[in-house]
Design a protein around this ligand. Structure first.
Ligand code: HEC
Length: 159
């Protein structure tokens, strides 16, 4: 029973069940707002950088446009089959707001070290429980993952 409740909570926080949060947004803007807020609070309360070679990432503003373009091309070739750019889940979670839910280091470790992340990282495991599909290792280099991260920041409206 407790497990079911936890899964329900996780479904609200993680976008593998975005339909539900979208419904909330339509029915009750207040509730949707508090959902967003708790997702952000979750990140702050849980400052995980994930497991892998990426220990620290420097983010620049304004965005590095060349990275955004390269990230976009990588997305179309290797990620689009499973990830939408909205909050909607395809095979994996939609990427909208992923840069708010997750630390940049966590995102890059998830991309470059997915097998270990799915085995050992709590956050990745929670997602796997919801998505029920293992994200495949696609041998993405750290540089390519950094480009994809920039593309995600752009998708999230960062300047
Ligand atoms: C075959 C489907 C598939 C492909 C292709 C794929 N992913 Fe995933 N991805 C998933 C699934 C499923 C998850 C959720 C974790 C799990 O269940 O393994 C996920 C999770 C993620 C997450 C975490 C999202 C979040 O909300 O925290 C990131 C970041 C990510 N993928 C990036 C990528 C990138 C970058 C690519 C392309 C280079 C890619 N994925 C290609 C299926 C895929």
């Amino acid at each position: 029973m407790k497990h079911v409740l936890l899964m329900g909570l996780a479904a609200l926080l993680f976008s593998c069940a975005p339909d539900r949060s979208k419904k909330n947004a339509e029915e009750s803007p207040d509730q949707a707002q508090s959902t967003t807020k708790s997702a952000v609070e979750e990140v702050i309360a849980n400052p995980t950088k994930g497991i892998g070679a990426v220990k620290s990432v420097t983010l620049k503003s304004p965005l590095e446009k060349e990275r955004v373009d390269r990230g976009s091309a990588i997305y179309e070739m290797k990620c689009q089959a499973c990830h939408k750019l909205t909050t909607e889940r395809l095979v994996g979670p939609g990427w909208k707001d992923v840069t708010q839910r997750r630390h940049p280091e966590w995102i890059m470790n998830m991309i470059t070290n997915v097998d270990v992340m799915l085995e050992k990282d709590n956050e990745a495991q929670k997602m796997l429980e919801l998505c029920l599909v293992r994200m495949p290792n696609q041998n993405i280099s750290i540089g390519d993952a950094r480009d994809v991260l920039e593309f995600m920041r752009n998708n999230d409206g960062q300047k």
